[in-house]
Design a protein around this ligand. Structure first.
Ligand code: KG4
Ligand code: ZN
Length: 350
């Protein structure tokens, strides 16, 4: 039975949560790990009743990246609004919720504190169990939303801060097969985008530019690393820097579309090859994508083409790829690496 007993913080009443529950479970979740303040209400881990995201993109754009102190202050300004909006969208009352969840980490400490404390306050006020969630597990769980996906599966997690290949044998049992030894995928995208003069958030803008260029224009290096499923992207970023300098000197300008297309081809084929290798090695025919970079058009194209070879491919809807709270609620429901102590402290790294 996949059920875990949580306790309400005031009366100590036991509440069973998990996919084997006979009752409908309504989880309100809060996400504030980086530059999105989000609140969602999700029924039984898959059906989104409310999904509210207040993005700080405009604020951080002027600095070319996220400024942690500014982010924390903006979360404080938005948090009550997104919670109120989630109740309004869903038409639910606090008393009807089963539990309150929040991201505990990894992320920016000042930002995480805002969402976590808001969730703890709601949990105590309404005497609902508190469920702490790991942001990385939640990106994978975003694939459960609006689908009937069930493990086993190989997950490729590609976000601004992380790159991992995960083998999920069941809802609970997950093993990290490989990860980046330096830059994360989103980080590499954002750095290369900056080199090309594209505004923050660079990944999306680079993705929009790449189809206008020739992906074979420049040969960029695919790093060799010791771990079979590990990644390294810092050399690729340096290679793009050297290439842009050389082109500027030789041509007097940078053919940005061709550089963007060549970079996108290089990084997406590295991610694709290693993930497919993991799936083949373990004989798993189901692959799921997660994290902000899972919104990337080329990544999706490469992986979905595998459906012709008998693979089942899942990628969250765009709004559930980048940071959101619906995936946090889903992760809480499926008990993916959850924490139940209301005294839990935020953590910045895994
Ligand atoms: O998962 P996420 O919203 O935040 C973290 O947990 O890090 O991921 C944000 C990252 C950023 O680096 C952003 O540039 C990248 O996802 N991103 C993309 C695309 N959309 C967002 N990268 C490539 N192509 C996209 N379409
Ligand atoms: Zn994220």
């Amino acid at each position: 039975m996949l059920l875990k007993e949580f306790k309400t913080p005031i009366s100590g009443k036991p509440v069973l949560i998990g996919p084997d529950s006979k009752e409908d479970i309504f989880i309100m979740a809060i996400e504030s790990s980086c530059d999105e303040t989000a609140c969602a209400i999700v029924k039984n881990g898959r059906q989104v009743l409310a999904n509210v995201v207040a993005s700080q993109i405009k604020t951080h754009q002027q600095f070319g990246g996220v400024v942690p102190e500014v982010a924390a202050r903006e979360h404080l300004e938005s948090i009550n609004l997104v919670i109120a909006e989630a109740f309004e969208q869903s038409g639910m009352k606090p008393s009807e919720l089963t539990a309150i969840a929040a991201t505990v980490g990894p992320g920016l400490v000042g930002s995480l504190l805002v969402g976590l404390n808001a969730a703890k306050a709601l949990s105590i006020t309404y005497d609902k169990p508190f469920i702490g969630v790991n942001h990385l597990n939640a990106h994978v769980c975003a694939n459960y939303i609006d689908t009937d996906l069930e493990p086993p599966m190989i997950a490729l997690l590609i976000s601004g801060g992380h790159t991992q290949i995960i083998k999920a044998d069941s809802y609970l049992k997950q093993e990290i097969l490989g990860e980046t030894i330096d830059d994360a995928t989103g980080e590499a995208y954002d750095k290369v985008a900056r080199l090309l003069g594209l505004p923050y958030p660079g990944g999306l803008n680079l993705d929009r530019m790449a189809p206008k260029g020739n992906p074979k224009a420049y040969q960029l290096p695919q790093a060799r690393v010791d771990g079979k499923y590990d990644f390294s992207f810092s050399g690729l970023k340096t290679a793009v820097l050297n290439l842009t300098r050389k082109l500027e000197k030789e041509l007097g300008y940078i053919p940005k579309e061709d550089v963007a297309a060549s970079f996108q081809e290089c990084i997406t084929s590295t991610l694709f090859k290693k993930t497919l290798k993991a799936a083949q090695d373990y004989g798993i025919k189901q692959i799921v994508l997660g994290g902000g970079v899972a919104a990337n058009s080329e990544i999706r194209k490469k992986f979905f083409a595998l459906e012709n070879d008998g693979y089942k491919i899942f990628a969250p809807a765009m709004k559930y790829c980048t940071d959101n709270a619906a995936m946090i609620a889903s992760s809480a429901y499926f008990l993916a690496n959850t924490m139940d102590s209301i005294d839990i402290e935020v953590f910045s790294r895994c």
